[in-house]
Design a protein around this ligand. Sequence first.
Ligand code: PPS
Length: 324
Amino acid sequence: MDLAFKPVDNAILTEYFTNIFRHGYIQVKGITLPKRFLDFHDVIKNFTVYDDDLWICSFPKSGTTWTQEMIWMIANDLNFEEGKKCMGDRFPFLDYEFLFDYTRVRDKIEAFDPPVYFEHSVNFIQNLRRPRLIKTHLPWFLLPEQIQSGEKRPKIIHIARNPRDVCLSYFHHCKLFEGYTSHLDHFTQLFLTGNVSYAPYWTNVLSYWEKKSELNFLFLKFEELKSDLAGAIRRVATFLCKQLTDNEVSRLAAHLSFENMKTNKGTNYASLIDLHRRHNLVCEEGTFIRTGETGSYKLRYPQELSTQFDEWVKSGDVDHKMGY
Ligand code: PPS
């Protein structure tokens, strides 16, 4: 494995994907990340972990928020009232502050005032009341040392999604929220060459796939949530050592429906997207919970791109590629 920090010199990234809160990219152990990760590498490596933490680790746009809402509701005995709070507060995202460097935004815009759980996510999580629920998109080998060494064994849930759907969803997300300004074709080239944040996709996802039979691990797939949400709820409840009645499973499944998640202010990040738009950090229209489909890439990718994707999935030294 490549242990060095390497600058990423990519013309598409430089021209279309650097901005006031994203100053450039580096590779860390082969994973592309915003340059600001350099300031957090040691902090995250030495981050204090507890055995009663629960971590959701996923590649971006794989159904993380969907699974977070499921986990939070099960862990909090379906407390729909408390669940109205923003997901960023209830189940915070460790990486937020190295993905979005607001230092220069603050210098420029006096009224810019994001919630502390975004702007200072690492410290916020470090001081969170236990048991903590933590989201990250980092691969296994960039998690805190205490997890990697086995000194602490928090529960870890990974959710994976067909990379073709991930790429399309990630493209929309980066335009809507992260200031990417070019088209899908450029984005797909970045994705396939491992030049978007958290890529290469396989390196990241397979780092968890390899751990899936360990007792503190649960590996889920987006496609399985789509085809059997109640079954997925039961698997997660069992993993969390919680019991749900059939009636509770049905209520939770209704709560987790696409339509409900899209309009629920606790899960749709509408206020965060509005914050970026209001201060002209991005100008794209759209919603965080977009279509929630599997296979819609087939309508969006021209044949040539689809073929390129298929070849990319088949290439490399891992045969199964998780059925994708
Ligand atoms: S992030 O930003 O990386 O945390 O995004 P993430 O939450 O992993 O993924 C967002 C995609 O998940 C879809 N989603 C859902 N699909 C179906 N049903 C429900 N309830 C649901 N909730 C979230 C969301 O729409 C994003 O996928 P796309 O394809 O963009 O619609």
